[in-house]
Design a protein around this ligand. Sequence first.
Ligand code: DX5
Ligand code: ZN
Length: 219
Amino acid sequence: MIAPSILSADFANLAAEAKAVSGPGDRRADWLHVDVMDAHFVPNLTLGLPIVESLLKATDIPLDCHLMIEDPGRWAPPYAEAGAHNVTFHAEATDDPLAVARDVRAAGAKAGLSIKPGTALEPYLEVLRGFDTLLIMSVEPGFGGQSFIPEVLDKVRTIRKIIDSQDLRLLVEIDGGINADTIEQAAEAGVDCFVAGSAVYGADDPGAAVAALRRQAAS
Ligand code: DX5
Ligand code: ZN
């Protein structure tokens, strides 16, 4: 699956930017990745619930909301209530990820747990049964256009083995620095869903970039 990140899109033309990856055929994104940043959990500020609500009216592509914010217990459920498909929050931002995941699911969305490049996977293995996706960051969260950190692929390989051996229903998503040069190694390690910001919206034809990345991931 390919999830273009609108962080690299034109924020004044989000409806058109969503349309650019809406098809037809393999030019269609599976999810649209929406980076919510609060200038506290990360040193950057992007957008919040009102824009997500507007985007939900502007596109039928499922929204994959990645909350890089403090206090997700308070702020995550409203994104689910609004109609986001996935609501992913950071493990580093809460003491009780399972409780937040329960609230997100009760509000009608899939729940995702995200870990930064320096955060180990092991302490969270126990709680993953309460989640639908694990988002492994392959850059420090906060900005688009950074270089892929290949060391995080060890975490991808570890969770892939666990998912396959224990028959876990969990999607593995990777976010940061995914492009034509890096997507194949991530696919090989066992990623299911690839977030790509600059590689899609920095391209002349975002729809063609989606199709090309998907082809590469499958090759
Ligand atoms: C970074 C965001 C990413 C960002 C990725 O904190 O979570 O989703 O948009 O951008 P690229 O693909 O350019 O690394
Ligand atoms: Zn993201």
